[in-house]
Design a protein around this ligand. Structure first.
Ligand code: PLP
Length: 473
């Protein structure tokens, strides 16, 4: 279930909701919502209309306040309405409308590329801009393929990724994505998708009592897939530092190092998809600094501009960029809006605030408090697992804590869409209920959120889960 699908049961219309009703009607007529069951919205089932934001809160058309517990869509890292961004936008627009970075360059794209290179791990120094995350992943797969070709390794086109993982919806990125509900309507996809198990320790069958051994086993699944396919046919492996879909699967100790070793052994490009994880979500700039690895490519988007403008990027190692700096070779790939001066200015502003306000330290300083607060929910019988790190957490819900029996089909629908999502919303918390894997509720608040904010989010989860148990939902 996507964030946009969460409210398919909607809000019932009453007299005081006229303003919202008016917008909702107009939206139904002309606005095609993304990833949403449009038929579910009707006269009596409204589309939630969010009209304004301030700090960590947003407000609907009727003036009701909500805590932005999933940061928009993992985007609004620094809260709403910060004047620094409006000033940067005005300066950028007064200076120049737009100019492409095809053949030309402009100072803001150059400055941002330098800044990103300075905070990225290892020798990841070359920044290729896109307008979002799917484009960044699409670009990374294409770059890996051309890189191998340039080096005479002409048969490498396949891509390995993990079960349940989401990497975007363009055809290439969708091929890397492993969720059937997104893939099936568009098949056949791009040839060459190879899948390995998600790193889901809560439901591990192998090494179920040893996190580290489970991590090594998980990494070895990549090696086995490589050997099965023929390593000479595989271009790249795509992994998130912490996998979002399925609910914040964190990597066991040694997992990334083992994957790095395997990719090196077989000459495969390691792509770290950090569309969600980069720019502070984990309490570090990038996943590599949290888990001690250097990928060949990082893909990122979302939090790069703290949600104030669209932008994505692929950050590439010097080693991979080298063949493209030779003679007349070009990476024949690009997007008109990539590195728009407005978005680049906004990203520089955001990085500046993260540095000035010590946001990474703030997230690291609160992650244990966040974890402990969520762990305490385990006294509620439907709370199965708590996982995550930084400001990125998932709570898996189960029918039975002892057997880990999960909620399936209609049961999951009734629990999440029928009760938990609308109840959280009614109580003023926007978070994510997701049943793309086993049912989870996710929290990824703005990075400026305080311990009081954590208390509010976790307190609301407690109230709603407790009520769900009481009502035998
Ligand atoms: C891990 C990951 N990769 C890629 C994407 C695609 O990003 P976008 O929606 O900007 O294309 C997302 C979006 O949620 C994501 O979570």
């Amino acid at each position: 279930m996507s964030i946009d699908e969460i409210f398919t049961d909607g809000i019932h219309v009453s007299g005081e909701h006229q303003e919202s009703h008016h917008y909702s009607e107009r939206a139904r007529r002309n606005l095609w919502l993304q990833m949403s069951r449009m038929g579910a919205y009707s006269e009596n089932h409204e589309i939630p209309i969010i009209v304004r934001g301030e700090g960590v809160h947003v407000y609907d058309a009727n003036g009701k306040e909500y805590f932005d517990g999933i940061s928009g869509l993992f985007t609004n890292a620094l809260g709403h309405g910060r004047p620094e961004f409006a000033i940067a936008a005005a300066e950028s627009m007064n200076n120049m409308t737009f100019f492409p970075i095809w053949t030309y360059a402009h100072p803001k794209a150059i400055e941002l590329a330098e800044k990103i290179a300075s905070i990225a791990p290892g020798d990841l120094n070359r920044v290729f801009f896109t307008t979002g995350g799917a484009e960044a992943n699409e670009s990374a797969w294409k770059l890996a393929r051309q890189y191998h070709k340039l080096r005479g390794d002409t048969d490498r086109y396949k891509v390995i990724s993990r079960d349940i993982a989401y990497h975007g919806t363009t055809l290439g990125a969708l091929t890397i994505t492993s969720l059937d509900q997104y893939r099936k309507p568009f098949e056949p996809l791009v040839p060459g998708a190879v899948k390995v198990p998600a790193v889901n320790f809560y439901r591990a069958e192998a090494h179920a009592d040893d996190f580290e051994a489970f991590g090594l086993w998980s990494a070895e699944q990549i090696e086995e897939a490589l050997l099965r396919e023929g390593p000479e046919t595989v271009a790249a492996v795509f992994l998130e530092p912490v996998q979002n879909a399925g609910g914040c699967f964190t990597p066991p100790p040694g997992y990334w190092q083992k994957v790095r070793e395997i990719c090196d052994r077989y000459g495969v490009i390691l792509v770290s998809d950090e569309v969600i994880c980069a720019f502070g979500r984990l309490g570090t700039w990038f996943g590599g600094q949290k888990y001690d690895y250097v990928p060949d490519i990082i893909t990122c988007a979302k939090g790069i501009t703290a949600g104030y403008a669209p932008l994505g990027a692929m950050i590439v190692s010097d080693r991979m960029a080298e063949p493209f700096h030779d003679g007349d070779v070009a990476f024949q790939h690009g997007f008109t809006w990539a590195g728009h001066p407005l978005s680049a200015s906004i990203a520089l502003t955001s990085i500046g605030i993260i540095e000035r306000e010590h946001i990474l330290d703030h997230v690291l300083g609160n992650q244990e408090y966040f974890r402990q607060s969520l762990e305490a929910l385990k006294d509620i019988p439907i709370v199965g697992d708590v996982r995550g790190t930084g400001y990125f957490w998932g709570v898996e819900l189960v029918k039975d804590q002892a057997t880990k029996e999960t909620w399936l089909g209609d049961d999951a629908e009734r629990l999440l869409r029928g009760f938990i999502s609308p109840e959280m919303f009614r109580r003023g918390l926007i978070c994510r209920s997701d049943d793309r894997g086993d049912p989870v509720v996710q929290l990824a608040p703005p990075l400026i959120s305080t311990r009081d904010d954590i208390d509010f989010m976790v307190g609301t989860l407690r109230e709603v889960f407790t009520e769900a148990v009481k009502r035998h939902v």
